[in-house]
Design a protein around this ligand. Structure first.
Ligand code: IMP
Ligand code: MG
Length: 171
């Protein structure tokens, strides 16, 4: 078993998710909204976020496979689950668990733009700004965290710990 140290507790996360939900609700007043979940890490965050909004939203799911750290410079990303070709008129809000280098999101935004949605915005629960290599504009950020490996609330270590209701640092 790994040693885990709580970094952001459950109540702090829930308060922040509520705050983000309120802001998003306000910004998308009178507009349709599609939340785009990036599997698997964003599942927990997306459903909590959606349930804190008092409005209608659509759910969409995408999956990308991440390459090993040694392949990070290749810029290659494998799309395992995509959205339909034509997204005309849709307001997409990409929901991510964490932005690290920004590689995944810069790829996804470019890819989604080819489907002609009305708008694309980005919401991430966690941001590690020190690690950024790709320029991405993030519209909603939950917490900025230091360059540490974290698990819980959707984030995994070898596919485990996604179920934790808090964010913990793996020591
Ligand atoms: P990026 O493309 O480098 O921004 O990587 C983003 C992805 O890396 C996230 O969606 C996570 O799957 C994974 N990741 C980055 N940092 C962590 C971490 O601290 N814990 C768990 N997964 C992480
Ligand atoms: Mg992820």
């Amino acid at each position: 078993m790994e040693e885990l140290k709580v970094l952001i507790d459950e109540q702090t996360i829930q308060n922040k998710v509520y705050e983000l939900a309120q802001q998003i609700e306000k910004d998308y007043e009178q507009k349709e909204l599609t939340l785009v979940c990036i599997l698997k890490g964003s599942t927990v965050f997306m459903v909590d976020l959606a349930r804190k909004m008092n409005r209608k939203v659509k759910f969409s799911f995408m999956q990308v496979s991440s390459y090993g750290k040694e392949k990070i410079s290749s810029g290659k990303i494998n799309l395992k689950l995509d959205l339909p070709e034509n997204l005309e008129g849709e307001n997409l809000l990409i929901v991510e668990d964490i932005i690290d280098t920004g590689k995944t999101l810069s790829y996804l935004i470019k890819h989604l733009q080819t489907k002609n949605p009305q708008s694309i915005k980005l919401c991430t629960l966690l941001d590690k700004p020190e690690r950024r290599e790709y320029d991405v504009t993030v519209d909603y950020v939950g917490f900025q965290i230091p360059d540490k490996f974290v698990v819980g609330y959707g984030l995994d270590y070898n596919e485990n710990y996604r179920n934790l209701p808090y964010i913990a640092e793996v020591e």
